[in-house]
Write a protein that binds this ligand. Structure first.
Ligand SMILES: [Zn+2]
Length: 282
C-alpha cells in the first residue's frame, strides 16, 4: 500500500495504470467476433504465394529476366544507361539529390575506368550501380569467352572503384537470347533487367517528349529506361519526376523494386523477354 507523500506522488500514474489494466482485462474477456489466433496461426504467412509452399520454406530468389516487377505498389525504377558521362551524369546526380530519390545506373566498364570518381559518387549518394558490359557490344554476337570477359571485367572494375559488386545487368541494345541469358543468370548470378518504358531518348526527341513518354508509360513496378549521356534526357528529368510524384509514384532502385515483388517465387514475375529484340542503337 502506498501512503503519504509517496501516494500523492504516484497516485495519478497508478490510477492510469489500473485503468489500463482494467481495460485490457475487459478486452481480453470480451466476446470475440473471430476465433483467437493461436501462436501457430500468428506465424502463418499473410500472403498466398501459390504452389511454392509456405513463406518459411520459400527458396532464395534465383536470377531471372525482368521487363517490370509484379507489384501493386505505386513504385517505379528510373534507370540510366551508358555512363558515367563527365558532364551529364553529375548534372543528373544533382537533380536526383535535389528530388531526394534513388535510381539505378547501368554503367559501361571502360567509362567507370575513365571516370571512377563519378562512379563513386553514384554509390555514395545511395544509387544502385549495375553492369552494362565493358565496351557496349551486342552480347549475342560474342563468343563464350568474350562474353565472360565483358561481364567479369565490368563487375570487377565497379567493385574495385566503388566497393560494390553489381547484382544485375542490362544487355546493350537489349540484345539477348537464351545462351546469353543463361550465361548471365546462371554463370554470373545476375538478374537481366530490361525495361517496360522506352522513351527513345537516344533519338533526342526533346525534353518534353521524353518527359511525356516516361510519365504516360509508368505503371506500378515499371522499369523506365533512359540514358545519362544525352542533354535532353537530363533536361527532362525534373519535370518527369515532378509528374510521376504528382501521379503518386515513389521511386526505388532496381534491387529495391525486385524486393517489392508481390509473389517473389512465382514464375509469373519473370516476364519473358523477347529474344533478339531491338536493332536500334541504345
Ligand atoms: Zn547502352
Amino acid at each position: 500500500m502506498v501512503t503519504g507523500k509517496t501516494f500523492m506522488k504516484f497516485t495519478t500514474p497508478l490510477v492510469a495504470a489500473a485503468a489500463m489494466l482494467v481495460a485490457a482485462c475487459a478486452q481480453e474477456n470480451a466476446p470475440r467476433a473471430v476465433p483467437a489466433a493461436t501462436p501457430a496461426a500468428r506465424h502463418q504467412p499473410s500472403i498466398s504465394i501459390g504452389a511454392s509452399g509456405p513463406l518459411e520454406s520459400r527458396p532464395a530468389r534465383v536470377p531471372s529476366s525482368y521487363n517490370s516487377v509484379n507489384t501493386s505498389r505505386p513504385v517505379v525504377a528510373l534507370t540510366f544507361d551508358d555512363g558515367p558521362h563527365p558532364e551529364f551524369t553529375p548534372r543528373l546526380l544533382d537533380i536526383l539529390r535535389h528530388e531526394g530519390i534513388r535510381a539505378t545506373f547501368y554503367v559501361i566498364g571502360r567509362n567507370v575506368q575513365t571516370y571512377p570518381e563519378i562512379a563513386r559518387r553514384i554509390v555514395a549518394e545511395g544509387h544502385e550501380i549495375a553492369n552494362h558490359s565493358w565496351s557496349h557490344p551486342r552480347l549475342t554476337a560474342l563468343s563464350a569467352s568474350r562474353l565472360k570477359t565483358e561481364m567479369t571485367n565490368t563487375s570487377d572494375i565497379i567493385q574495385k572503384v566503388t566497393g560494390r559488386r553489381p547484382t544485375n545487368m542490362r544487355p546493350p541494345y537489349g540484345a539477348i537470347n537464351d545462351r546469353v541469358r543463361q550465361t548471365i543468370t546462371r554463370d554470373h548470378g545476375l538478374d537481366v533487367i530490361m525495361w517496360s518504358v522506352d522513351p527513345l531518348d537516344w533519338k533526342r526527341p526533346g525534353a518534353e517528349v521524353v518527359r511525356r513518354r516516361m510519365v504516360e508509360g509508368a505503371t506500378p513496378g515499371g522499369i523506365l529506361l533512359a540514358h545519362d549521356i544525352h542533354p535532353g534526357t537530363i533536361d527532362a528529368m525534373p519535370g518527369t519526376i515532378k509528374d510521376l510524384k504528382a501521379k503518386g509514384y515513389g521511386f526505388a532502385t532496381v534491387s529495391q523494386l525486385l524486393a517489392l515483388q508481390d509473389h517473389p517465387s512465382s514464375p509469373r514475375t519473370a516476364t519473358p523477354v523477347a529474344q533478339e529484340q531491338q536493332t536500334v542503337v541504345r
